[in-house]
Design a binder for this molecule. Sequence first.
Ligand SMILES: NC(=O)C1=CN([C@@H]2O[C@H](COP(=O)(O)OP(=O)(O)OC[C@H]3O[C@@H](n4cnc5c(N)ncnc54)[C@H](OP(=O)(O)O)[C@@H]3O)[C@@H](O)[C@H]2O)C=CC1
Ligand SMILES: N[C@@H](CC=O)C(=O)O
Ligand code: NA
Length: 906
Amino acid sequence: MLSFCSVVIPQSFFSISLPHFPLPTFQSHSPPSFFLRKSVNLGCTRESPSIKIHSSLTDFSVDVAVEEKKLPKGETWSVHKFGGTCVGSSLRINNVADVIINDDSERKLVVVSAMSKVTDMMYELINKAQSQDKSYISALDAVAEKHSLTAHELFDGNDLATFLSNLHQDVGNLKAMLQAIDIAGHATESFTDLIVGHGELWSAQILSYVVKKKGTPCNWMDTREVLVVNPTRADQVDPDYLETEQRLNEWYSLNPSKVIIATGFIASTPQNIPTTLKRDGSDFSAAIMGALFKARQVTIWTDVDGVYSADPRKVSDAVILKTLSYQEAWEMSYFGANVLHPRTISPVIRYGIPIIIRNIFNTSASGTKICHPSIIENEDRKILTNYVKGFTTIDNLALINVEGTGMAGVPGTASTIFSAVKEVGANVIMISQASSEHSVCFAVPEKEVKAVSEVLQSIFHSALYAGCLSQVAVIPNCSILAAVGQKMASTPGVSATLFNALAKANINILAIAQGCSEYNVTVVLKREDAIKALRAVHSRFYYSETTIAMGIIGPGLIGSTLLDQLRDQASTLKEESNIDLRVMGIMGSKLMLLDDSGIDLVKWREIREENGEVADMEKFVQHVHGNHFIPNTVLVDCTADSVIASNYDDWLRKGIHVITPNKKANSGPLNEYLRLRALQRQSYTHYFYEATVGAGLPIIGTLRGLLETGDKILQIEGIFSGTLSYIFNNFKDGRVFSEVVAEAKEAGYTEPDPRDDLSGTDVARKVIILARESGLKLELSDIPVENLVPEQLRVSASAQEFMQNLPKFDQELSKKQEDADTAGEVLRYVGVVDVINQKGSVELRRYKKDHPFAQLSGSDNIIAFTTRRYRYQPLIVRGPGAGAQVTAGGIFSDILRLASYLGAPS
Ligand SMILES: NC(=O)C1=CN([C@@H]2O[C@H](COP(=O)(O)OP(=O)(O)OC[C@H]3O[C@@H](n4cnc5c(N)ncnc54)[C@H](OP(=O)(O)O)[C@@H]3O)[C@@H](O)[C@H]2O)C=CC1
Ligand SMILES: N[C@@H](CC=O)C(=O)O
Ligand code: NA
C-alpha cells in the first residue's frame, strides 16, 4: 500500500518529524527527522520501496510515500459490484470506470461480471462441444472478437497489446478444452466452471485498463487465486473465510493497490480447482469481499433505481424504497421481488455492512439502502413508522388441504405429511394449521402438486378409508401475496388494515400464515385475484388516507376553471398537506375522459379531444369509484342538471362523497332533499354544496356555524344573485338593460340559461336552500317570485334566442329604473328567508341610495343574518357572489374540507 503525507515546513524550522505516520517499510525504525536546508521530496513507489529524495528549490514541502503491504481493512474501503449489463459495451465500461473514479472512498474494491450475454455464450460453447457441433470454434471466435473490439475501443499501446496477448492465449486454451469436450462428448462441472469463468477474467482486465487509462492506478484480481469455497449441496457453495483471508493477504502483499478490480462469480476449491459461486454469483462475490475488507458499504449497480414497494409492472404506483432492513430484503427476495438473494447478502449482514442497490443508468437516483434496522431508525424515522414496506406475489401454486378429525392430538401426522412431500422432492412454500388440528394446508409449486397429492393419497389410503381423514384436497391455481415490513406482524392494526383492504376489494383469502418473525404476513388467494389484491393492499399502505379519486362532471365554465385550479395547486397540496387529488374522470354531456391513475390536468382538453369516449354515467362512476384502490372517491357535479343531481342519493349510498355548486338537488322536491340530508347525517359520506349560495362566499358554512353553536335564525335577507346584482349595479346612467344582461353573461355570472337568473328562479333556489338549512320545510313553489323575463320570451326555445330578442323589451325595465332614480332610490333584487313566519320571498325592491344594499358593485352578493345573537346588528357577508374563479374556488375549498374530514393535516 502507498500512503502519502505532505508536510509544509516553515522556513524557520530546521527539522521536521512525522510522528503519526505508520512506516512498516520505512528505512528508519523510529520516526524520521531530517535536517533541512532546502525543501525535499521523499517518495517511495511500489517498484522501489525505499525512500527517494528529490530536491526542490522553490518550496518547502516534504512528500513521503510509504508502502504498506499488509491488507488494510475497514471504513476506508468501499465495494462496488457491476453486473453484466453495466459492462455490456465500451461506452458502458467507460461509465463504470467514471463511477469508480468518482467514488471518493480512499480504497475501492470492484467486483465485475462478464459483459452481458457472454456467460450464456460460454455455456453455449460447451453445449455445442458436448454435442459435437463444430460451430463452437466460430462461436468462440465471436466471443474473442467481442472482447478484442471492446478493448480496441477503450485503450491502446502496451495495455492493449498485453490484453490481446492474454486474450489470444486464453482463446487457444479454451479451444483445446472445447476440443477435449468434443472428443469426450461430456463436460465435467469443473471444466464447465473453468470455461464460463473466462467472461469475468476478460471484463475485469478490460475495466482495470480503462480505470488506469483515466489516471487512477489499479490492479485486477483473478478471484480464483484468493476466494476458496466448499460445495455444500447442489448449486450452493460456502466460502472458507480463513483460507480466503490468508490468500487475500498474500495476494495483496504482492499487488498492493488502492483500487482493485476483481472478477465476480468465480472462485476455487481448496484443491485449487476452478469453480463458481453459482446463482447470483457476482453479488455473492461482492458480499464476501465486503465482509473480508470490512468495507463501509457494498454498492450493487443494476439497471433499476432500487427495490420497489411492489412489482411496478403490476402496480403502477409502486415506489422505490429508500431503505430496507436485511430481514425485509430477505423476505422480499424470498417472495419473488427483484432483491438480492438472501444467501448472497449473508456475509455482509454479519458485519452490519450496508448494501446499496443503485441504477448505473440513472446515477442521480440514490437507490435502496439495505442495512441494519438501527441505521434505518437513525436515518429515516418516517419510513420506520410505515410498518409495511413491500408486497410481493408468487404465482403458479397449489394449495393442499389434509383434513379430518383423526388428526387432532395424534403426534406424527405433520411429520408423515411433510416426509412424504420431501420424498417426492417438492418444495413447501407456506404451511398453515389451525389449532383445532383438524386440517393442515400448505402451498407447493403447481408443477409439483400432482406428485404430492398422489403420495399423500397413497400414504393416507387407510386413514381416508377408515374416515379418520376426510380428504386430501388440491386447490389449484393459487397465488401467494406476502406483505413484508419491519415488525408489521407485531404492531396492532397492521394485519387488520391488510385484511380490510382485501375485504374491501372483495377478495377471498384461502389460507393465512404469519410466523413469529414479525416481518411477514402471507395469504393464499386464487390466482385470478392476485394482481387486484396486490394493488388493493399496496394502495392501502402507500396512498395517504387523503388520496382522493375525483370525477368531475360538467367541465363547462365552472368545471374547467376548477380543473385549472386543481392543476395549479396539486403539487403544493401533495407536498405541504399530504393531500393527493387524482382526477380519474371528466364527463360532459357528450364526451368523457377516463384514466387509471389520474388525468394530466395540463392537457386534459387535448386528450379528451383525441381519446374522449361517449359519455356513459354508469361506466364513469364505476371507473372513478370502482376500478382502483384509492381510499376515497368524490364526484363533483359542475352541471346545472337535475338528472345528474338525482344520482346523489345513489352515490352517497355507495360511499361516494358528493360536492356541487348545482342547486337542483337542494332546491328540488322537499322529500328528496330531506332524504339526502338524512342519508348524509347517518353515514360518514360527505355532501358539501357551499358554492350553491353566494358562490365562494362562506354562506352555508356561516349559517351552519350559527345553528350548530345554538344560535337561532330570525331572518336572512340579501342580494343572492351575482347576475342581478351586476345588472342593477350597472343599469344606470341611461344604459340599456339587455346590454348589461349580455355583459353579465359574458362575465360568467349567469346560469347556463340567463332566464334562470332574470326569472328569479336562481334566487328562489338559494332562498329555498337557506330556508331548508334553517329548518323550514318549504317547496320552491312556496316562494313568491317577481319574474323579470318578459312574458313573450319565457317560452323561447333557447337561451341564445332569448338573448337575441331581449332588446325588444328594454323599455319596460328602463321605466322602473328611471322612476326609482327620480325618487332618489335604486332597484335591487332581493331574497328573504323569514324564519319566524316560515316563509320566503323574492322580489325587486327599491332602496334609498345610502342603504347598504345600494353600495354594492360588480357581482357582489350581500347577505344579512338576523339571529338571536345578531339581533340588532345583523351578521353580514358581502363580496363577489358569481364568476368562474370565485365559484371554482368555493368548490375547491369544499374538496379540501372533505380532505380534512378524511384526516388531512390542518
Ligand atoms: N357561474 C357562476 O358564477 C356560478 C355557477 N354555479 C353553478 O355552477 C354550475 C355550472 O355552471 P357553468 O359552469 O356556468 O355552466 P356551463 O354551461 O358553462 O357548464 C355546464 C357543464 O355541464 C355539462 N353538462 C350539462 N348536462 C350534463 C349532463 N347531463 N351530463 C354531463 N355533463 C353535463 C355541460 O357539458 P357540455 O358542454 O358537454 O354540454 C357543461 O360542461 C351550475 O349549476 C351553476 O348554477 C354556482 C355558483 C356560481
Ligand atoms: N347565476 C348565479 C350564479 C351563482 O349562483 C348568480 O348570478 O348568482
Ligand atoms: Na357560498
